[in-house]
Design a protein. Structure first.
Length: 180
């Protein structure tokens, strides 16, 4: 959806502008577009040089398009790389098309990236070129056709119907305690 411009006419009360109802429909449509795009960050780890390690996943049913910026770091050195991935899902939801560009390296090249559509999820995968543990910082702008649901669910102690989890079962630490 593109921005809808409200026709205000050439002069006040000239009768050439959009009727009030039409104008507010355009306002609502513009806000719907604005709030269907989510901006967020997430962290992920990959271990060793096993191919196709998933570092990001989101449901494909509402995914439309996205731009991902990923900073991958070798935890045992100062080597790092940055890449921008641009992705879109086909209209029929059968596949995802993507490209990677703007890669910046500091030191050694660490990994190749790929994306796929697997079990109704859009995924970003890494294929490490070295046998090491890596940290991946992901910044994303995703346009959803429904309500955006990025990230992991957290559960408050004693609350029903909520989850707490981390990718790869890492501990969560608060000021006073570690949650396992």
């Amino acid at each position: 959806m593109t921005q809808e411009i409200i026709n205000v006419g050439a002069a006040p009360n000239d009768g050439e502008g959009d009727p009030l109802r039409t104008a507010f429909e355009k306002v609502n449509n513009n806000f719907t577009q604005l709030y269907s795009t989510g901006f967020f960050t997430s962290n992920a780890y990959s271990y060793g040089n096993t191919a196709d390690q998933v570092i990001f996943e989101t449901p494909a049913e509402s995914f439309t398009q996205a731009v991902f910026q990923i900073n991958s770091n070798d935890l045992s050195s100062t080597d790092s790389e940055n890449i921008t991935l641009t992705a879109t899902i086909l209209t029929d939801g059968s596949d995802i098309k993507w490209n990677g560009h703007g890669t910046i390296f500091n030191g050694n090249i660490l990994t190749d990236y790929s994306m796929d559509l697997f079990e109704s999820n859009v995924r970003i995968l890494v294929n490490p070129l070295i046998d090491t543990d890596m940290f991946h910082f992901i910044s994303a702008q995703i346009t959803w056709t429904g309500v955006p649901v990025p990230g992991l669910n957290l559960q408050v102690n004693g609350a029903d119907n909520t989850d707490i989890d981390t990718e790869n079962n890492f501990n969560l630490e608060t000021e006073n305690q570690i949650i396992v």
